[in-house]
Design a protein around this ligand. Structure first.
Ligand SMILES: [Zn+2]
Length: 139
């Protein structure tokens, strides 16, 4: 994903320089590892490197960086990146013809409980796309 990496390089520079918001206090981590944080939760953070590789780390061991290769996770994090950084919108995958409707959200991308949408920060297992690939059913 060379093109993605080129976009990441510019965004890392802007992130480290303080031009982009840093809700997770990761500017120094980003400068050290040359990766752009794209999503985080209580357990840790996902980031995209200059080669377009998705990596993750846990909050209690931020130098123990793992490469994420699960296709669903990578796709979801591209979607999350596009929500935070509009430059990623062009990398959000187009729904393939053989995609399956996500059963968790019924294809809407948003989870509803008793007819009410859950808060914005709670993500469906499809990442908000409303579709998944065969074999990616949520447990
Ligand atoms: Zn869904």
């Amino acid at each position: 994903m060379r093109r993605l990496g080129a976009s990441v390089a510019t965004l890392v520079d802007r992130f480290v320089a303080g031009e982009l918001t840093d809700p997770w206090n990761l500017r120094s981590w980003s400068a050290k590892h040359r990766a752009l944080p794209v999503s985080a939760d209580m357990g840790g953070c996902f980031a995209i490197t200059l080669t377009g590789t998705l990596v993750s780390f846990a909050w209690d061991s931020d130098s123990d960086i793992r490469v994420e290769t699960d296709s669903r996770t990578v796709r979801i994090m591209i979607v999350q990146a596009a929500r935070r950084y509009p430059e990623f919108a062009k990398f959000v995958p187009v729904r393939p013809d053989d995609a399956l409707v996500c059963r968790s959200c019924g294809g809407t991308g948003r989870i509803h409980i008793d007819g009410q949408p859950v808060p914005e920060g709670i993500m469906c297992s499809c990442g908000g796309l409303g579709w998944i690939r065969e074999g990616e059913e949520a447990p």
